[in-house]
Design a binder for this molecule. Structure first.
Ligand SMILES: Nc1ncnc2c1ncn2[C@@H]1O[C@H](COP(=O)(O)OP(=O)(O)O)[C@@H](O)[C@H]1O
Ligand SMILES: [Mg+2]
Length: 238
């Protein structure tokens, strides 16, 4: 790993988010979030349903814009960025895994994995094909590269989604209830993958989960209640 595990990948400063802006139903959902994540971080984001976890993850993932406050990715402020720069920054630095994997049905497992890279770079060369294959291998799907999503089980599809999230070697991996749809054993397998990539690739992991056991297996637990961070503690010495 060339980057220091201390490197700051994300900083949120007094971040606020409202929905229905300018309408009578306008409502502030996130009320001033401060948070820093470094490369070594392996953190769970927990909190009751409706507390704002997905809203926060969408902001961090540059899929949505805050009402106020600043969000820095790798030290770079994002508030004034043009859309094309935001998209570029997202593509290069952030990997996503959602509860439902959103794989492309017409594409093979390998093509799905390479997709985020192909969006900005076009046709993959030999080096990228090899990298995509090694990721499929790492998630235990070395023999499935030519299979379409419908030929894979739910757990296998989610593992393809994990490999896809890592193909650009992101500094930050975001996962919104990534195992919510999986049985316990498959969920544990996916969780172990996050762990491994955090350690081997040095990508910070922020994982939304409902599962208290999963949260306790992370190194840090951040709890959101009613749009405020009410707890942020290290749960295990590293
Ligand atoms: N697009 C939207 N428009 C209006 N309200 C929304 C929208 N998305 C989420 N909300 C509201 O924001 C609050 C937080 O939602 P969400 O971030 O999905 O919470 P969580 O992921 O913690 O369950 C909820 O009250 C939800 O109803
Ligand atoms: Mg949610």
């Amino acid at each position: 790993m060339s980057e220091s595990s201390d490197q700051e990948v994300l900083r949120l400063a007094d971040l606020r988010k409202s929905y229905n802006v300018g309408e009578p139903t306008q409502i502030e959902i996130l009320h001033g979030i401060d948070l820093t994540l470094r490369r070594r971080d392996f953190a769970a984001l927990i909190g009751p349903s409706g507390s704002g976890k997905s809203t926060l993850l969408n902001l961090i993932g540059l899929l949505d814009q805050p009402a106020s406050g600043e969000l820095l990715v790798l030290g770079q402020a994002t508030s004034g960025l043009e859309d094309s720069r935001r998209t570029q920054l997202r593509a290069h630095t952030i990997g996503f895994v959602f509860q439902f994997h959103h794989l492309i049905e017409a594409f093979t497992a390998l093509e799905n994995v390479l997709m985020p890279w192909m969006v900005t770079n076009g046709k993959p060369d030999k080096r990228m094909l090899d990298w995509g294959r090694s990721l499929l291998d790492a998630v235990g799907l070395a023999n499935s590269e030519g299979k379409k999503p419908r030929e894979l089980s739910g757990g296998q599809q989610q593992r393809v989604a994990v490999a896809r999230a890592l193909v650009t070697r992101p500094a930050l991996l975001l996962a919104d209830e990534p195992t919510g749809n999986l049985d316990t054993r498959t969920a544990e397998g996916v969780f172990k993958l996050f762990r491994r990539f955090n350690e081997e690739m040095g990508c910070a992991v922020l994982l939304v989960t409902h599962d208290p056991r999963l949260a306790q297996s992370c190194d840090r637990v951040i709890e959101l209640v009613d749009g405020r961070i009410v707890r942020d503690e290290v749960s295990k010495a590293r």
